[in-house]
Design a protein around this ligand. Sequence first.
Ligand code: SF4
Ligand code: SF4
Length: 353
Amino acid sequence: MAKVQFIKSADVKPWLAELAKEHRVFAPSYDGEALLFRPFDPEQEIVLDRAATMPPKKTIFPQSEKLVDFTYSKDPENLSRIKIDAKANLPEGSTVVFGSRPCDARGFTMFDRVYLSDKNPDIYYQARRKNTLFITLACRTIENTCFCNWVDSDPCDPTGSDVLAIPVNDGYLLESVSEQGEKLLNSKLLADGSSRRAEAEKICQEIAGSINNTKDLTLAPEKLLAVFDNMEFWEEVSAKCLSCGACTYLCPSCYCFNITDETTGMKGKRLRSWDNCMSAQFTMEASGHNPRPTKAHRLKNRVGHKFSYYPTIHGGVISCCGCGRCIKSCPAGIDIREIVLKAIDFVPAAVEE
Ligand code: SF4
Ligand code: SF4
């Protein structure tokens, strides 16, 4: 049974200060005009009335991280033999992310199917995932770019979170989702929230009712495959794309990376950094051949991966949580929803006899 607590708005910062004694705490605050998840600073205003510009992706999957330190040494008896000593740089400590949105927390579940697979778990991701807790804030306002309801979610969805915070009168109802989340709810600053439950449920129903009409995406995987070879379709929908990559960097469910080595003399470090499938370099091979040579090929891959290939491999789950950031931030006004719906509705021209 979930633990249900209530916190007054005025006590949020003191509670985060308490949590910060044991964990690294991130909360949304402004950095210039961008609302980002930044290390908690009691002097800084925490902004909870809108979703952050960037999801808290880097709290588990840093934009750039050192995986390994390595040293080369030559065998003095045989200089053609080189020994490599490598030491993994596994992340330590625990993190609490406060104020993520349901779509942000759900985004990590798309990562989990890939990075935590039984066959080949990613030890860096695994270490951070296990030690990062999400206190997710249910959305009170819906933007016209939001479409979490199209992808089996809603503005109070607890999937992927440890605690769900629902804004109620004067404060927040805090509901534990995981065992680790329950442990976060033991502060003296919190009071029993059972009497506020009905109010929170009503608020969630009202918000769910205010989001745009849902669309049935059941046919998306097969319909996107049906237009796979139709380059006219992809050239048309990608015509305005600038290949800037904003859509991938801001996406809570995009997880591609590149690996680079930086060496000085006989020492070096191996780094993993976010990569961007909308860039022409992404699939460029050493020979100069590029299997995705145009932006039409690249957008086809991005949309196809999320709405067709991933669901085909992972039990029908669409690898998009409907956060709308790619739509809001695209300088060319490309709307991923329109592309998917266009593919679903696409009727091939009849072949004349
Ligand atoms: S944000 Fe828009 S313009 Fe930039 S790569 Fe993505 S689709 Fe293209
Ligand atoms: S594809 Fe766009 S709407 Fe979907 S999760 Fe990524 S940024 Fe959000």
